[in-house]
Design a protein around this ligand. Structure first.
Ligand SMILES: NC(=O)c1ccc[n+]([C@@H]2O[C@H](COP(=O)([O-])OP(=O)(O)OC[C@H]3O[C@@H](n4cnc5c(N)ncnc54)[C@H](O)[C@@H]3O)[C@@H](O)[C@H]2O)c1
Length: 339
């Protein structure tokens, strides 16, 4: 399937705390864009949308995605990530079976997943996740995503649904809900508050600029081979402490602290995340060699763009922080939802 500017897009989203129509204002008037407020845990609702829209491609990104929230309340992660994926698969399968042979051959179901399903690697330099690394998830979030990945592959192997699975490293960039590490650090700096670093800040993540992830997803959905998995990574490994210091340095230049002190002085080490994986790193050789995708942003350019975006879009994040969530620590209250 060729991806071109002529496609129509239906965006299906239930608008949880993480969803935000203000992030889509640039495209909402486009005649080829439509929005449907639908919850993927509602099988009938999903089925109706799929039947009416008759997609050539389903790109499945809807999820509960924050590890700390999954520790406090795992139930919603099972509902959305596991049951919701099952509902999308069933509706897509029924739809795919109704297509004429040519259209059925072109149809793709792209499931967007995470590198966290592979578990934890040893210290820096010791191996990377490939597409054949055995699954070993440790958090309710990664376990629910691993479960959904298995469902997607089973719908391919059992029913022949032409699926693709991608497993990506940590994303960052504009419009990221301010509970993830990078916006937390930027906004804590801008508000003059202490900057929380979990444990000793030794955990290592690979960081990928969100638009590079989007380009990878378009590449996979248009050129990937049905039934295959593609790992997506930025080749940008950093300890959390290195990452936080880099952001502080950029902010020292672009928005110095009113006290004249470097932002790094506000770094505070806080209790570690339970079950915190030490290191994730992606081997992206397959997507690079087979599909020709490579990240366009590196650590320096991507982080600078991201900091500049949060500086220029204060009203976007202020309106989020005027609601229920105000950058408070999550993930230390695992008893809340246990039944
Ligand atoms: N952010 C990352 O670093 C990263 C890395 C790898 C993979 N991923 C995957 O990419 C996808 C998108 O991640 P994100 O960071 O944008 O997540 P996010 O939490 O910021 O946004 C999730 C979106 O899904 C919607 N949603 C949640 N539950 C829903 C439901 N039941 N029905 C319909 N819509 C629902 C929310 O309203 C929101 O718009 C997820 O599948 C995630 O697992 C994310």
């Amino acid at each position: 399937m060729a991806i071109d500017a002529g496609h129509h897009v239906l965006n299906l989203d239930s608008l949880t705390y993480a969803g935000n129509l203000a992030s889509l204002s640039e495209i909402e008037a486009n005649p080829r864009y439509r929005f449907s407020r639908t919850d993927i845990t509602n099988a009938g609702g999903v089925d109706q949308v799929v039947k009416e829209f008759r997609p050539e491609v389903v790109m499945h990104l809807a999820a509960e995605s924050h590890v700390d929230r999954s520790i406090d309340g795992p139930g919603q992660f099972i509902q959305t990530n596991v049951i919701g994926t099952y509902n999308l698969l069933q509706s897509s399968l029924n739809h795919w079976r109704s297509l004429a042979p040519d259209a059925a051959a072109q149809f793709r179901f792209l499931h967007v997943s995470t590198d966290e399903v592979y578990g934890s690697l040893g210290a820096e330099g010791k191996g990377k996740f490939t597409e054949t690394t055995p699954y070993d998830p440790h958090s309710p979030y990664s376990a629910s995503k691993a479960s959904s990945d298995h469902l997607v592959r089973a719908w391919h192997d059992t029913y022949g649904l032409p699926v693709l699975v991608t497993n990506c490293s940590n994303n960052y960039g504009p419009f990221q809900f301010p509970e993830k590490l990078i916006p937390v650090v930027i906004l804590k700096c801008l508000r003059g508050e202490s900057i929380p670093v979990y444990g000793k800040g030794e955990n290592i993540r690979d960081w990928l600029y969100v638009e590079d992830h989007c380009r990878a997803l378009l590449t996979v959905v248009s050129q990937g081979k049905a039934g295959e998995t593609y790992n997506i990574g930025g080749n940008n490994e950093r300890t959390n402490l290195e990452l936080v210091r880099t952001l502080c340095d950029i902010l020292d230049e672009l928005r110095p602290c009113s006290s004249g002190q470097p932002h790094q002085n506000k770094i505070t080490f806080v209790a570690d995340r339970p079950g915190h994986d030490l290191r994730y790193a992606i081997d992206a050789t397959k997507i690079e060699q087979e599909l020709g995708w490579r990240p366009q942003e590196d650590f320096e350019s991507g982080f600078r763009k991201t900091v500049e975006w949060y500086l220029s879009n204060q009203s976007w994040w202020e309106s989020i922080l005027s609601g229920d969530y105000q950058l408070e620590r999550q993930g230390l209250n695992p008893s809340e939802e246990v039944q």
